[in-house]
Structure formats: C-alpha cells, structure tokens
Design a protein around this ligand. Structure first.
Ligand code: GDP
Ligand code: MG
Length: 441
C-alpha cells in the first residue's frame, strides 16, 4: 500500500466510536493549545475533564478521523461555553434611562470602551450621557471628556472633589431632566483587585439603579482574568463582559476563563485604540482563535459537506469485504477533489502543516501522479472497473494507450491496487479489534 493511496483511503476507513486512547491523544494537543492561548490552568483542567467524559464512545463522523472528531467536539463545547450566540446589551425602553456601570482594573480599557459603547448606542438612535466617576487619576476626567467629544456625546463631570457615588446620583438626575436614555458610569480601577475598589462599586450600585454592570478585561491578562472575573462577579455582580485589546497577538484565552468563572456573556471585543474599534463578540470565531488550529474547523465543515454519508458507508462495507473496485477508486478521488485535494487538506490540519511542510508532503502527495492514475481508470471499460480480474495484457495495452501512459505504468498501478485491497482487508480487521487508528498525523 503506497502512502498516496493510504491518504486517499484515510477518510474512508471504518471509524466506529472514539476510544479512550483516541480522546487522550487528541486532548493532549488541545490542552497545549488552550494553555498556549493563556486559558487559565484551572479552567483548562475542568474543560479537558468534561470533554474527556463526553467524547469517549461518541461516533466518529464520516469524513473525520478520530483526532478531528475530538477537535470538533472540543470546538462545539468551547462555543457552547462561550455563549453559543452573540448577546446584545440589554436596554430599557427608550423612554427610560438605562444605567450601565463599567468596572475593571486600571488600564483595562474602561474609559475607552465607555466612549466606544456610547458611539454604538448613539448610532442606534439612543441618547447616551457619560459620567466621569473616576476621581482618582488626574487625567481620567479629561480623557473621558476628550473621547466623549470625539463621539459627539455629552460627558457629565463634577471635578475630582466629589465622591463617585454622588457624581453617579447627580448624573442620573441630569440624564432624567435632559432627555438622555442611557447613562454610562465610567469608574475608577486599581492596578490590583482591592477592597476599596469593590466597595466603591457596591456603593454606586446601592445609590443608583444600575441595570448592567459591564466588566472590562484586558485580553492580554490571560491567567489573571480568572481572579478578576471571580472577584468582580462575587463582590459586585456583573452582567456582561467586554474583552479589550484583542487586536494584539493574544489568542484570547481570557475569554474562556472569564466566561467559565463568571458565567456571564461577553458582549463586545475591543479591537484597537480607535473609538470605532469595538466589535460584537462571536463565540465561534473566538473558539477557533483560542484553539489556534488554523483552518481545522473549515476542514471539518468541508468533510461534512462533501463526503456523502451513504456512499461512505457503502464503501466501508465494500472495503471490509475487499470488494473495493476501480469505480470506488474514482469516487474516492472525486471526494478528495471536492475537498480541495490532499495537499490542501494536509495543510489545514493542525500540526501537520508545521511538521510536514517542506518535508515529505510533496513526495507523499503527488497530485500529478494521481491524475495519471485517474486517467488510467477512466480508460477502463465499466466492466473492467467493476472486475479488475478481466484486465488481460491486450486490455492493458488499450488502457495504456487511452490514458497516454506506457503499459508498465498500468501494470504497476493495477498491482498496487490489488495490494491495497489486501491491505485494506487487514486494516479493517485491525480496526475491528481495536487496533490503532489515525490520530493527528
Ligand atoms: P481604563 O483605565 O480601564 O479606563 O483604561 P483606558 O480606557 O484608559 O485604556 C487604557 C489603554 O488601553 C489606553 O491606552 C487605550 O487606548 C488602550 N485600549 C483600550 N482598549 C483597547 C483595545 O481594544 N485595543 C488596544 N490596542 N488598546 C486599547
Ligand atoms: Mg479610565
């Protein structure tokens, strides 16, 4: 069995159910990916454990190998964990004032995000008022005013001599008497979580009826995100999260940590310093980013879309009985082509791309060679394809002529094909006995 054929048949082999070994192997890679993405260790451990329990015994979808199947389960689970769908910020009727309080550590991006959100709400036809409740950093009030002006949104400020609680109360009165229907409170952060900061947020909440407390977290904080999310959600209570600085090179594992710990949806992601750089949060995109697995998901989608389940099942049966003939060969070539050819498939696999690029890939997957083989098969009569035993020397000569190759190549190919039929019989026997199956390689 040549390596080329092995690849053709890889996707068509009998798969059965995921064994514990399959899942363990694949999850090892997933674990690395998550830790590399800066998901907190605690969350990774929990996550891997729950996926492990879930995945063992699941059917392997046709068109996927066990490794890919585990990745698919992991991806689905990540998406589910992060909220399955985008969540909009909850607003009261336009006739009332919705109060949004920003919370988070210093430098997380609260002030910037306050102005960004104001811009979004304004575009939706709302009339937002921003309140400068950070009275500790000298430049904080000015910063909000500058940003507010850029957005064409009014900023309510009372200098730095008043308590944040009083500023919030006065801002609400101002909002109500001046026809504003959203009030966003920009609060102060500290470099580290501390009691005073938590207390101040609690006090504001007690003083004005806050509808939404949004936790702003820097995506780069990675592991720390868990502590931040835990403390804020326990001490203050949060309703949603904004993940900032996702424009950096972080893979954004903080998103998963935060979601796992707080259970609250991520509403927006900050994608830059400009006030227009705020985007809706998409759990599926985030999952792929965290997994960092190239286009593995699109590969899986392709496999699902292109491999006709029925056909694959029938072929599986044939292979078991070693009845695989040249018509099936043509079918499997067709399926390969639908998926963009072997090299494009290999390139999309995590690990494979990096490990094999520039190495054996070219020699393993010679697509020109495959095209010649296909030409040989196409030069056979339907009967010959069904029953390769019919192919005698004179028929071989005719086939070679039709395919434009010499007879030796036809001989080689047919011999190879016979060998692979035998191999396949052994292989499917092995799988039945729980033999080793394809993992990530
Ligand atoms: P605060 O202390 O929580 O109010 O944080 P700021 O709003 O002052 O932001 C701190 C720094 O982070 C500023 O330099 C912002 O320009 C920057 N920043 C905020 N959000 C983002 C973002 O999404 N991407 C990038 N690259 N920078 C951001
Ligand atoms: Mg600020």
């Amino acid at each position: 069995l040549t390596e080329k054929l092995q690849n053709v048949f890889k996707n068509l082999r009998s798969k059965g159910r995921l064994t514990e070994a399959d899942v363990k192997t694949a999850l090892k890679e997933v674990k690395m990916a998550l830790l590399e993405a800066d998901v907190s260790f605690k969350v990774v451990k929990q996550f891997i454990k729950s996926v492990q329990e879930q995945a063992v015994g699941q059917d392997v979808m046709n068109g996927l190998n066990p490794g890919q199947m585990v990745i698919k389960i992991v991806n689905d689970e990540l998406v589910k964990l992060m909220g399955s769908e985008t969540t909009e910020i909850a607003l009261r009727l336009a006739s009332e004032v919705t109060i949004i309080m920003m919370a988070g550590l210093q430098g997380a991006g609260k002030t910037t995000t306050t102005a960004k959100i104001a811009g979004k709400l304004k575009a939706k036809g709302r009339k937002p008022l921003l309140a400068a409740c950070d009275v500790y950093r000298p430049a904080a009030i000015k910063q909000l005013q500058v940003n507010g002006e850029k957005q064409g949104v009014e900023v309510f400020a009372m200098g730095d001599k008043n308590r944040p609680v009083d500023i919030a109360k006065a801002a609400l009165v101002h909002a109500k008497t001046n026809g504003f229907n959203v009030l966003i409170l920009d609060t102060a952060g500290r470099l580290h979580i501390d009691e005073e900061m938590m207390q101040e947020l609690q006090d504001i909440k007690a003083a004005v009826p806050v509808d939404q407390t949004l936790l702003v977290v820097d995506a780069m904080t990675g592991q720390d995100a868990v502590n931040v999310a835990e403390m804020f959600s326990n001490k203050v209570g949060i309703d949603g999260v904004v993940l900032t600085k996702l424009d950096g090179d972080t893979r954004g594992g903080a998103a998963l940590s935060i979601r796992a710990v707080s259970g609250k949806p991520i509403l927006y992601v900050g994608m830059g310093e400009k006030l227009s750089d705020l985007e809706q949060f998409y759990p599926d995109r985030m999952a792929s980013r965290i997994l960092g697995m190239g286009d593995v998901m699109s590969l899986i989608e392709k496999a699902q879309a292109n491999i006709d389940e029925e056909k694959a099942k029938a072929m599986e049966q044939k292979m078991k009985k070693a009845q695989f003939d040249f018509n099936d060969y043509l079918d499997s070539m067709e399926q390969m082509r639908n998926m963009g050819g072997i090299s494009s498939i290999l390139n999309m696999l995590p690990g494979v791309g990096a490990k094999m690029k520039g190495q054996d890939l070219e020699s393993m997957v010679d697509e020109k060679d495959m095209a010649r083989k296909e030409a040989i098969v196409l030069s056979m009569t339907p009967k010959e394809r069904e029953n390769p035993d019919l192919i005698n020397p004179s028929r071989k000569q005719r086939i070679a002529k039709g395919a434009g190759v010499d007879i030796a190549e036809v001989n080689r190919f047919i011999k190879q094909f016979e060998q692979s039929r035998k191999m396949m019989k052994q292989m499917t026997g092995m799988v039945g006995k729980g033999g080793k199956r394809g993992g990530f390689k």
